[in-house]
Design a binder for this molecule. Structure first.
Ligand code: GDP
Length: 446
């Protein structure tokens, strides 16, 4: 993809709106705008009012042009933003005109790609642009905005730096063994490796929390009919979404809705009550309940503790062990507890009728899924980053196991692989850094 091209796209969402923005980026962004707007002169970072006319000279719109002169723009190229009124025909005409004067239509993500290629953003920041646009909650937006500021690179920096220094020391030991560079002893090498592994493992552990921030939590309510699943579902949503009746088997299909749970998007799923199905539709519904439970990040297993436990309750309890994560919820605590219940100490007692215990339930869900409590600290939210970190941890582990049994040249293969894994997160290359460390920290040959 030649970067000599000037690209153009509509930057606002499809449809009609008060404003529609067309953005040009590339070496001829200015020239294209001048051609489309009859030789208008622009000053960098100044808004300029312009008239947009059709080929016969008839006025189509009054627009505002803003020129961001390279390299002081989002892409580090010349960028011109055209703010027109948000009429799709008008924006199409602007695109056509721009293309008629030498621009070409941008491909998806191409503006951000150019920002990356010109070093305006690292890969994690480019990904954060997408996350910020996709945010459903302000907490997600804040997390993405922090990544856009480079928080992932910052998180990685200490471990990355330690790894670069370790590689530099091994390289120096091999290349300059005669020049009074002490070769790193096996024990020191092992402990240096462990330190890097530990730092990376802490980052990888943060992803357990971070992935929920980025992707949200799937929470399924499971239980026999009439225990109050739909009531709890409505209560947690704070609206009457699912049908509640005293009749067993009311919920036949999955009912889903989303809510913002202190900034974490939660997809709440109400399921058909688990029992011996009466008919084909219920049979399918119950199969879907189990499927939803298997797909969920956490299952809330609901029991009605105001009536004695049934065989269905026992069957559910027995299957909880096979589910990824489950919390037991004893509902209807506003009523006296029936005899025969031996639920474990982890059971949360709530009342969907009065709302009692629901705050504790929310807190317990948070604690179970978000052990780091999130806070405002930076963490890894992207599966690609977590995978690369894991890859680096594996390489370091392999290297540590081989210390003492193979020459340093061989250890370096694993260390470089670990470094490449980390570099792939931000899209950076570090060979220069290594040379820098070697030549600045070791006084070899002056
Ligand atoms: P589901 O079949 O498990 O979804 O149960 P529902 O939510 O439809 O509730 C079944 C019945 O239990 C309804 O009559 C509800 O009003 C009642 N119910 C639900 N939760 C509570 C509660 O906490 N306390 C009391 N007393 N009744 C409840």
């Amino acid at each position: 993809m030649a970067e000599t091209d000037t690209i153009v796209a509509v930057s606002t969402p499809p449809g009609r709106g008060g404003l529609g923005i067309v953005r040009l980026s590339g070496p001829s962004a200015y020239a294209v705008s001048a051609a489309v707007f009859a030789g208008i002169a622009l000053q960098p970072r100044h808004a300029t009012l312009a008239q947009y006319r059709d080929p016969s000279g008839a006025l189509l719109d009054e627009v505002i042009l803003t020129w961001f002169q390279a390299p002081h723009s989002a892409t580090a190229e010349d960028v011109v933003e055209i703010s027109a009124h948000g009429a799709p025909v008008l924006l199409d005409a602007l695109l056509r005109d721009a293309c008629g004067h030498g621009a070409r239509l941008a491909e998806p993500g191409e503006f951000t790609r150019r920002a990356f290629l010109h070093g305006r953003l690292d890969l994690t920041q480019a990904e954060a642009v997408g996350d910020l646009i996709a945010a459903h909650t302000l907490f997600q937006a804040r997390t993405a905005a922090r990544q856009l500021q480079g928080s992932v690179a910052q998180l990685l920096r200490p471990a990355h730096q330690q790894l670069v220094e370790l590689i530099a020391r091994l390289e120096a030991g091999i290349d300059f063994a005669d020049n009074d560079v002490t070769v790193l002893a096996d024990d020191a090498l092992r402990s240096a490796l462990t330190a890097v592994e530990r730092a990376l493992t802490a980052l990888a552990a943060g992803f357990e929390h971070g992935r929920f921030v980025r992707e949200g939590i799937r929470l399924a309510l499971l239980g026999r009919p009439n225990v109050g699943k739909s009531s709890l579902f409505n209560c947690l949503l704070r609206r009457e979404r699912a049908i509640v009746t005293a009749e067993a088997g009311t919920t036949r299909d999955l009912v889903e809705d989303s809510l913002d749970w202190d900034g974490i998007p939660v997809q709440l799923i109400d399921t058909a009550g688990i029992r011996d199905p009466q008919g084909q539709a219920e049979h399918i519904g119950i199969q879907k309940s189990w499927q939803a439970a298997a797909d969920a990040d956490l299952v809330l297993a609901v029991f009605d503790t105001s009536s004695p436990p049934t065989l269905e309750d026992a069957a559910l309890e027995a299957r909880l062990a096979t589910l990824p994560q489950a919390l037991r919820v004893g509902n209807k605590r506003d009523l006296p507890q029936a005899p025969g219940w031996t639920l474990s100490g982890q059971t949360l007692f709530v009342s969907a009728l009065t709302g009692a215990g629901l705050d504790a339930l929310r807190a317990a869900v948070r604690l179970r899924l978000l052990p780091a409590a999130g806070g405002e600290a930076a963490f890894i939210t992207n599966a690609r980053h977590a995978q690369q970190i894991q890859l680096a941890i594996d390489c370091l582990g392999r290297c540590r196991a081989a210390v003492g049994s193979v020459p340093h040249e061989v250890l370096l293969v694993d260390l470089y692989e670990a470094l490449h894994a980390l570099d792939a997160i931000t899209g950076q290359t570090t060979v220069e850094d290594i040379l820098g460390v070697i030549f600045s920290r070791f006084c070899i040959g002056k």
